[in-house]
Design a protein around this ligand. Structure first.
Ligand code: 13P
Ligand code: SF4
Length: 335
């Protein structure tokens, strides 16, 4: 879809001036030749979001011009879910994928929730349906269902409690059950199983970005970059996680870099995150494998502007599904 804005989008001296502070932070990750393309959008989006009383939530995997240019808040799935619920404004614009916007709508049904591209999906969310969960519950009666937030509202509505990569072990243990059904990420489920005595019944969904990393690839980074710290997202395969110095959610990975200040690091996750974090840590050398999430990359500055101009597309969740899904998400937030 080609997106056209109605306002002037020239790189004028005024645009240059009002985006200068942002520009100066991004010189290492956005080349000079690209900046005049991004800057007019950044300037206009930042003006228009105030006029629209909109808060822009940005996932850690968005590109630097979005992450550092227009975000009011950024974070991992758990932080964005919390922020969406608390945001004071009437409009939430989610720069992330569809399940993240849906979670915001579930938690704040009275708010207008926008996403710049409704097709921004997720291979994990696509891996399971509400009907699949109903069949699992028939097969394992009485066994609680713990559902990763990377799922549709319909799947959340069939679940007892949600979790994210930041709290999965804690949530599984919070139930006091001997075994749980954990869905839909088989790799995250295996990671959790390795950290708890609770028996985990798995569903074999996977993230199309993290499943591509291999243990050989990680070993080759260690051989070619002495002293490198390897930090990985738990959606990676188990043999990749075995090679890592630290495993955590996207925000936990960012905190690890801030607290440990490694000389060299490789973030085994979606590749925009290294660019975003490198901006904050010029003294850390980032080795950057580039596995892109095609869904996250559907979000662009022109689409964000268009969304603010039109207040479309909106994310809606039927009330009977949202009411049940909300119970599962709120149980997670209260655990
Ligand atoms: P986080 O909750 O760790 O940000 O993960 C979201 C995601 O989609 C990872 O691929
Ligand atoms: Fe889904 Fe993987 Fe993309 Fe995250 S990176 S949104 S889990 S496909």
């Amino acid at each position: 879809m080609q997106v056209q804005s109605t306002g002037s989008l020239e790189y004028t001296p005024r645009v240059q001036e009002i985006t200068a502070a942002i520009r100066s932070r991004l010189t290492d990750v956005i080349p000079d030749v690209e900046w005049p393309v991004h800057a007019p959008y950044i300037a206009r989006i930042n003006e228009l979001k105030k006029e629209r009383d909109a808060v822009i939530l940005v996932h850690n995997y968005q590109t630097p011009e979005i992450f550092h240019g227009v975000a009011d808040f950024s974070g991992d799935s758990l932080e964005l879910a919390r922020l969406g619920a608390r945001a004071g404004s009437g409009v939430i614009l989610m720069c992330g994928v569809h399940f993240m916007a849906e979670t915001s709508k579930i938690l704040a049904p009275e708010k207008t929730v926008l996403i710049p591209d409704l097709e921004a999906g997720c291979s994990l969310a696509a891996a399971i349906t509400g009907e699949d969960v109903r069949l699992l519950k028939q097969k394992y009666p009485g066994v609680p269902v713990v559902t990763y937030v990377n799922t549709s509202a319909e799947v959340k509505a069939e679940s007892d409690i949600c979790c994210t990569s930041a709290n999965a072990v804690k949530i599984v243990e919070s139930l006091g059950a001997d075994r749980v059904i954990f869905l839909p990420d088989g790799y995250l489920g295996r990671y959790v199983a390795g950290k708890t005595d609770v028996e985990i019944i798995l569903w074999e969904g996977s993230c199309e970005v993290h499943e591509r990393f291999t243990a050989d690839e990680i070993r080759s980074y260690r051989r070619s970059h002495s002293g490198i710290q390897v930090i990985a997202h738990p959606e990676c395969p188990p043999d990749v996680l075995d090679e890592a110095d630290f495993v955590g959610s996207t925000s936990a990975m960012i905190r690890y870099v801030g607290e440990n200040k490694p000389r060299r690091v490789v973030m085994v996750t979606e590749c925009s995150m290294s660019d975003n974090v490198a901006v904050e840590h010029p003294d850390v050398q980032f080795v950057r494998p580039c596995n892109l999430c095609p869904h996250m990359k559907r979000i662009t500055l022109p689409k964000i502007l268009r969304t603010l101009e039109t207040l479309q597309p909106r994310v809606e969740v039927p009330a009977e599904i949202a009411d049940r899904a909300r119970l599962a998400v709120e149980r997670m937030l209260q655990a």
